[in-house]
Write a protein of this length. Structure first.
Length: 188
């Protein structure tokens, strides 16, 4: 396959940040296909490595134990190239992980508001920070976590709104912001 795009700034990976339900996995899979890259979900990577669901890791090791595993996985993935990586929503709390990803990756934050996020994750399982909550309590917890993390998400260089957009529109927005077209003719 001949690539139609190349990442800005000579980066080798595209790294998606954002709160749970912002579309990182859905959009990431679509972007990987468009770019001819491999898609990797950071949480899936951790689950495959440990043989445990994220919620189980939170249960056994707490959030701090999970964050250690997340940082180690981020460092390993940052050494690879040709990836679209969907990070976990809380990875922004770890400056070391962001630094590792920024070495080879173009960082993009998918933005979602609390109401849309609550709607998207209403029936979701395996969301340890909101598991077992009523819909109203989930919405309040989501709003609280979003507010807490807002400055961290805002520090990601490329910001893409997803609240009122279907995934294909978000993909187009990311491609426009993060890539340069590859010329079909020889430079000269």
């Amino acid at each position: 396959m001949i690539p139609l795009y190349r990442l800005r700034d000579g980066k080798a990976n595209l790294v998606l940040f954002g709160f749970m339900g912002s579309g990182k996995t859905t959009v990431g899979r679509m972007l990987a296909r468009r770019l001819g890259f491999e898609f990797i979900d950071l949480d899936d990577e951790i689950e495959n490595e440990t043989g445990c669901a994220i919620s189980e890791i939170f249960g056994y090791e707490g959030e701090s134990g999970f964050r250690k595993r997340e940082l180690a996985a981020a460092r390993r993935l940052a050494d690879r190239t040709g990836l679209v990586i969907a990070t976990g929503g809380g990875v922004v709390k770890q400056p070391e992980a962001i630094e590792a990803f920024s070495q080879t990756g173009l960082l993009v934050c998918l933005q979602v508001d609390a109401d849309e996020c609550a709607r998207r994750v209403l029936a979701a399982r395996h969301r340890p920070l909101i598991e077992g909550e009523t819909p109203e309590a989930r919405r309040e917890r989501i709003a609280s976590l979003l507010a807490e993390r807002a400055p961290l998400y805002a520090a990601i260089p490329i910001q893409i709104p997803t609240t009122d957009a279907p995934a294909r529109t978000v993909v187009r927005r990311v491609l426009k912001a993060a890539t340069l077209p590859v010329s079909s003719s020889a430079d000269g």
